[in-house]
Design a protein around this ligand. Sequence first.
Ligand code: ZN
Length: 339
Amino acid sequence: MKIKTTIAGSLPKPTWLAEPEKLWAEWKLKDSDLFKGQCEAALHWIKFQENTGVDIISDGEQFRKHFVHGFLESIQGIDWNKMTTMGIRNDRYDAEVPTVVNELKRLEKVHSKSTEFCLKNTSNDFKITLPGPMTICDTIANGFYSSRKEMAFEFAKILNAEALELEKLGVHTIQFDEPAFNAFTKEASEWGVEILEVAASGLKCKTAVHICYGYGIKQNIDWKKTLGNEWKQYEDFFPTLNNSSINQVSLECANSRVPLDVLKMLSNKEILVGVIDVANLKIETPSEVCKLLEKVSAYVDYKNIIACTNCGMAPMPFNIAEEKIKSLVAGANLFTKSI
Ligand code: ZN
């Protein structure tokens, strides 16, 4: 049996499209030139992933500025001029965020046009990522709904409409990114997973949730230093997640302090095992990747293992991301040979 590979989501953008090695980088092109440029960048990554041997490929989020705001830009009810400074991820860092000031409505399909382009240009399985409802609500200020949970429910219904359309186009996997789950573990268990299932309801394609301790940016690296030697936060909501209808869970295992035995709590799920560190420029060797997959296989049935990156690679140098993806595939192939 072949161990499949995929990536968590974002990939670096070429320097002519957006400022490199930066989150929230401004576009360097405008209007129709921008879409053309995004297509060209996505095509590069599609062909790169195909040629490298990645099984379930993505557009590397070349069509959006940021994994949350790229989606929100097409939603009515948000005032982008009313920016609120908010401590996000449970006050891990401050960000200037837009404010919900009215009933939320999706005015148009958000990712259909770009996804159609990608599907036309690949015969591989294609994954699209969407921000999860809880994470959206941690990246936007609430000036309208009675609670964060109520706002999350409204976003979940909007995400579901979008997801059902993307499924119809032929995507293989729809992944919701919920890094906020580990900042709010209690709420994740109380309502986060349930509302995530609203976003995924009715989908027959593969569904996934990506949870993580954040991009390799300074604020996250500093926060991780405060978490102690063993990161056990996941134990709070893994039982709820394991009982949910979501098919796959993506999480970081490379250089993370998540004790691998917590993976036993997700026995009903396929695991997108993060074997590539995105907070470190050092390229993992295929043998390091293989060894980590071997360790994980002590806790996860290898039939449920898909090798993946820890998180999005958007803030990394372009060539480093390419080399890391090559190691990901080579390491997974080594592991396949060993089982
Ligand atoms: Zn992540």
